[in-house]
Design a protein around this ligand. Structure first.
Ligand code: HEC
Length: 398
């Protein structure tokens, strides 16, 4: 497809994707908060009506009164127009898959495949991409069934499985694509939890309540288990979704460990907030998260460039490197197949542009090695070091 059309599709779908994601996670955080904050010390009369808790709140020009009934009010039927919350989740997932297709499948040879990692063909890479999402769900779902009764063992098993997926994907795709796939696996698990477990369980309970039967509480309990998982998955997924703006996180040799560490930090922060709903402030949780983030930041900090080049390289030395390895994409009229406009608006096609972007060149091509994408233009380590030495020496043009 024409790259220009693809860019527009990408813009529209991404815009939709994060709007839907905000609606989904917003509603999900709200209901976790609501459930945790219910006043459960109710008078007997309300208890007899089947009420479990209530909550008053004020928002945007009015007062709201929520009442929770685990299986509906005892003395009156459930109203016909019951509001459900699932399209937020489904549309986030559908638009996320569309993003995966637009960026990573349509652009597989640049964004998905990294020949230095594994020399995949485009169909192979796309097949692995799809299979990873489906397999991720089946393994997770099986773990939930096997270890249903033991949350600690279950969490450990899920964590180890995701760590394995993370490590494995790093040995299959380019690092940036590996990150996005770990996020897509977790996001798929979250949405399929809603689609395959939470909503069907609620429909079953509702049908029993409407038929006047005593509902079987089991689907509700299983749904609750999956909702709890979803709430802790949220921060890791959101980090992964923005990670491609931060190549320092994914581009090092241990990118998969960075992903794991930052995800643990995200889970700890979410745990802290969930506990505050119960008036428990465990400061150790965010402190541990900060320690993890700082430790990772220190561990992957770039070393001052150890350039082998004797003396500072001149502009004449680096110009051909940039022209050959970068400007095929980063020019006003890119010649690289599938790129129709300078990516990210970065131009590296004239001395002035190269000097103006020197700091960015160092970040992308020397310290993090995120560029050239998938090393499409086969830059060598010596060339990277030469670029770094030229920038260290002041990035001077003739
Ligand atoms: C195969 C095409 C291609 C080549 C070759 C290439 N880039 Fe890029 N570059 C891209 C794309 C695509 C993006 C936008 C990535 C994104 O969507 O986040 C990008 C983004 C960038 C950015 C902006 C990053 C940001 O997030 O702000 C910089 C800086 C950059 N490239 C520098 C370089 C340098 C330096 C080289 C040569 C060593 C290079 N690129 C080679 C395709 C390329």
């Amino acid at each position: 497809m024409n790259d220009y059309v693809l860019q527009w599709l990408s813009l529209i779908v991404r815009w939709f994707h994060f709007t839907a994601g905000i609606a989904w996670i917003g509603a999900s955080f709200y209901f976790v908060w609501l459930d945790d904050n219910l006043n459960r010390a109710l008078p007997d009369a309300q208890r007899r009506r089947g009420m479990e808790g209530e909550l008053w709140s004020v928002h945007g020009g009015g007062f709201y009164h929520n009442e929770k009934y685990r299986t509906g009010p005892v003395d009156e039927p459930l109203p016909r127009d019951l509001h459900w919350f699932y399209w937020e989740a489904y549309s986030t997932w559908l638009s996320g898959i569309a993003m995966l297709a637009i960026v990573y499948w349509a652009g597989a040879s640049t964004f998905l495949i990294d020949k230095d990692v594994l020399a995949l063909t485009v169909p192979e890479a796309i097949a692995i991409s799809i299979a990873s999402l489906v397999a991720g769900w089946f393994v997770y779902d099986a773990l939930c069934r096997i270890f249903e009764k033991n949350p600690v063992v279950l969490w450990t098993a899920i964590g180890l499985f995701l760590l394995f997926a993370d490590w494995g994907l790093f040995h299959v795709f380019g690092p940036r694509a590996a990150f996005i796939h770990v996020g897509s696996i977790i996001g798929t698990i979250m949405v399929w939890n809603v689609f395959f477990v939470i909503i069907p369980g609620q429909r079953r309970m509702l049908a029993q309540i409407r038929a006047g039967e005593t509902p079987n509480p089991r689907p509700g309990l299983l749904g609750k288990q999956r909702s709890v998982h979803n709430t802790y998955f949220t921060l890791p997924v959101l980090f992964i979704m923005i990670s491609n703006h931060y190549p320092m996180t994914y581009s090092g040799p241990n990118g998969w460990l960075v992903l794991a560490g930052l995800s643990v930090a995200g889970v700890l922060v979410r745990r802290f907030y969930v506990l505050t709903h119960f008036k428990r402030m465990i400061i150790a949780l965010p402190v541990a998260a900060v320690v993890i983030v700082v430790a990772i930041a220190v561990a992957i900090a770039p070393h001052p460039s150890t350039s082998a080049a004797a003396g500072a390289p001149t502009f004449a030395t680096i110009a051909p490197i940039v022209a050959e390895r970068c400007a095929v994409c980063h020019s006003a009229h890119p010649t690289y197949a599938g790129i129709s406009a300078p990516p990210a608006g970065v131009l590296l096609d004239s001395p002035a542009h190269i000097v103006a972007n020197a700091a960015q060149i160092r970040t992308q091509a020397v310290t993090t090695r995120a560029m050239p994408l998938g090393n499409a233009t086969h830059i060598t380590d010596t060339e990277r070091a030469t670029l770094g030495a030229w920038i260290d020496a002041g990035a001077k043009a003739p």
